[in-house]
Write a protein that binds this ligand. Structure first.
Ligand code: GLA
Length: 542
């Protein structure tokens, strides 16, 4: 957790008024890489299994490739004693949990722990008595000190089945847990919130990573849902804090082409990379995919950012992000065919952010392709992906999608099907909606009406600064108002915008001045509803 509460409080003060700075050296950790016991072993774990998997990370060369965390998930407990301490299931862990952490550390690896924000862990739902009364609620500080100071673990995944059972307010309870972690002597605890949807921007202030979806399993539609969901959460990954797309199901039964897509999409989004299979029993091609050094470099890149969709043809998505330097010559690109038919797509180099000749390096074949300009055409089989490093002369980004902007009040907690969650979050928050009428397939709606319900593009770059024409693509059935500010300065109040329908898109232009380097453009209206927004386009005037 590394004193995130303090660091982030300070960072937020700075971020509110200053544009994005490029770090000279990485000052934050990359997404974690490792293995976790849950997906394959569930609660059937033991010291022998955990240490055996740690050995496999080493013998398969996965540890050398970066997979160094060995995370124990649900299933090591046996209730809570009268002294208030968690009891360990000694049939599985006869030497206790510190001994397991010590064995993992002795192998040069890092050790991960698991708990729940409420009273029971998730396994208590169906594998009783595991997980009953062993969650953190009411024991936050004591449990954290035991796991991280006494036992010496390095990573903490905190689930929320018990939190749901007790109907806890997630923001308050997870913040309390983050405070307990901050009170530990161990200052290097990597904290993962497992709340199965994007919980809200508060999570960025307290956690290193957070789950964004329900559990992954070997099912193409489920994998596709996770990939699509994370495409519009890109604004929340950054500065060492990551959307967690869940554990890797590579080696657990997906087809090779689906594993390529799985690996490429996790890496382009800078997701944590935690393998979920039995390492001693997976196909050789899965081991090779996991060890792909180019994709790992994409995931672990020093900028630590996620990639928005820059081009979409049917169910084929092109995602691109800067690597090594913001607006530097090199970008990571993944082209994912999530459809069930083979597709041919012509990838537009301008949409990727380049002009003129580019070099293209194939991250699956590990070889350079011939240099080219303007565009390149790919034929991709169903469920398959290609991944590249593209290098060349950069152009300023001109189209910014609304769904890739930072929305302070964005949460998916009150969107889902558990009515119990709606209660504490029953306030308007923005929604990302799918529509064929929207560019790249998505738009943002339900903005405005209270102070935090705004949208901001925080990564607007101008090489030299100057005057730009900003075009907003919006829709509004009833007259709506919106204020535009650039770098914290009010620029325009657009009033009475109306387009005659919720999905009737129109455009309006505003002249703005950008400073050299990074800028932020914010749309807000604390008093009433804002229009829905699809995108913002910038054209330089002078
Ligand atoms: C939840 C989590 C899983 C796993 C199980 C353990 O379902 O999302 O990743 O930790 O609980 O019971």
């Amino acid at each position: 957790m590394k004193n995130h509460l303090l660091i982030l409080a300070a960072a937020l003060v700075v971020c509110a008024c200053s544009p994005k700075q490029e770090p000279l050296t990485r000052d934050f950790d990359p997404p974690i890489m490792g293995w976790s016991s849950w997906n394959h072993f569930h609660t059937e774990i033991s010291e022998d299994i955990i240490v055996g998997q740690a050995d496999a990370l080493l013998s398969l060369g996965l540890a050398d490739a970066g997979y160094v965390y060995v995370n124990i998930d649900d299933g090591f407990t046996d209730g809570r004693g009268e002294d208030g301490r968690i009891r360990i299931d000694t049939t599985k862990f006869p030497n206790g949990m510190k001994a397991v952490a010590d064995s993992i550390h002795a192998r040069g690896l890092k050790a991960g722990m698991y708990s729940d924000a409420g009273d029971n862990t998730c396994a208590s739902r169906d594998v009783k008595p595991y997980g009953l009364n062993v969650g953190l609620y009411g024991h936050e500080l004591d449990d954290c000190k035991m796991m991280f100071d006494e036992w010496g673990y390095d990573f903490f995944k905190v689930d929320n089945c018990g939190g749901r059972h007790l109907d806890l307010n997630e923001k308050e309870q997870f913040t309390k847990i983050a405070e307990a972690l901050a009170a530990c002597d161990n200052k290097k605890i990597n904290f993962n919130v497992c709340r199965w949807v994007f919980p809200g921007t508060w999570v960025i202030d307290i956690a290193d990573s957070w789950r964004t979806t329900h559990d992954i399993w070997v099912n193409w539609d489920q994998l596709k849902t996770i990939i699509l969901e994370n495409m519009y959460l890109v604004a929340y990954t950054g500065n060492g804090h990551y959307n967690d797309m869940d554990m890797l199901e590579i080696g657990m039964g997906f087809k090779p082409e689906e594993e390529r897509t799985h690996m490429a999409c996790w890496c382009i989004q800078s997701s944590p990379m935690v393998v979920g299979c039995d390492l001693n029993n997976m196909p050789d091609y899965s081991i090779e995919f996991l060890k792909n050094p180019d994709l790992i470099a994409m995931d672990q890149d020093r900028l630590g950012i996620a990639a928005p969709v820059v081009q979409k043809e049917g169910e084929t998505y092109v995602m691109a992000k800067d690597m090594e330097h913001f607006y530097g010559p090199k970008r990571a690109v993944v082209v994912a065919n999530l459809g069930d038919e083979q597709t041919t797509i012509t990838v537009d180099l301008e949409a990727l952010g380049f002009k003129g000749k580019v070099g293209i390096y194939d991250c699956f074949k590990h070889e350079e392709r011939p240099e080219l300009s303007d565009s390149f055409t790919l034929t991709i089989g169903p469920h398959d992906s290609e991944a590249f490093f593209v290098t060349g002369k950069r152009i300023e980004q001109s189209v910014y999608q609304a769904e890739a902007a930072f929305m302070k009040a964005y949460t998916e907690i009150n969107e889902q099907d558990y009515p119990v969650y709606r209660r504490p979050y029953d306030i308007p928050s923005p929604r990302v909606r799918e529509s064929a009428s929207a560019q790249m397939g998505y738009y943002v709606t339900e903005l405005g009406g209270w102070d935090d319900n705004w949208l901001e593009w925080r990564n607007v770059y101008s090489k030299k600064g100057g005057e730009y024409s900003m075009t907003l693509r919006y829709a509004c059935a009833n007259p709506c108002n919106v204020a535009v500010s650039v770098n914290g300065n009010d620029i325009a109040a657009l009033e009475g915008l109306t387009t005659g329908g919720d999905l009737e898109w129109q455009e309006t232009n505003v002249k703005i001045k950008l400073q050299k380097g990074w800028n932020s453009i914010k749309l807000s209206n604390p008093d009433s509803s804002m229009p829905s927004f699809d995108s913002m386009t910038l054209r330089k005037i002078k």
